[in-house]
Design a protein around this ligand. Sequence first.
Ligand code: 5GP
Length: 180
Amino acid sequence: MKKLFVISGSSGVGKGTVIKEFLKRHPGFKLSVSCTTRGIRAGEVHGENYFFLSKEEFKKCIENEEFLEWAEFSGNHYGTKKSFVEECLKRGDNLILEIDTKGALNVKKLMPDAVLIFIAPPSMEELESRLRGRHTETEEAIQKRLASIKLEIENSKKFDHIVVNDTVENAVKALEEIMI
Ligand code: 5GP
């Protein structure tokens, strides 16, 4: 029986890098492609990073109950299509969803066998200094991010596993122990 894994983590924690490294080493795992209404970023490909939908298209999918879960995040909508997950599991892929903690807890309600993994920063202080080290955001924006990170950490108490991302290598090893 192939498995569904849901990986969440606060922004700035480097979960993208950890997941990418894991996928490189384990080709039997697939990363789900979500739908979003946010604009496409340089280097992103429709159908690979996301399915980029208009607000109207996204609304239609909600009305037609096509999403397993969906959420609003920073003013944009993100959702996981039921059909995408069903097809992957039918094909026999191990599937990873990289979604926010609220979405993850909703998936767990619908699919209790899903394994929820939270990627945590080594400490709040470390994360704060990483965010400040970027020098790209205002104090207000940083405070907003820190507040949402605290909420994510609160939600993560209901997760099955917590992986601390002190180094990419350690975090990938911890994922391997859980997922393989
Ligand atoms: P970004 O815009 O940086 O690609 O993603 C922003 C946030 O949306 C990340 O925390 C990401 O995990 C989350 N996200 C991406 N796809 C989905 C989805 O399908 N559902 C939910 N709930 N969150 C998602």
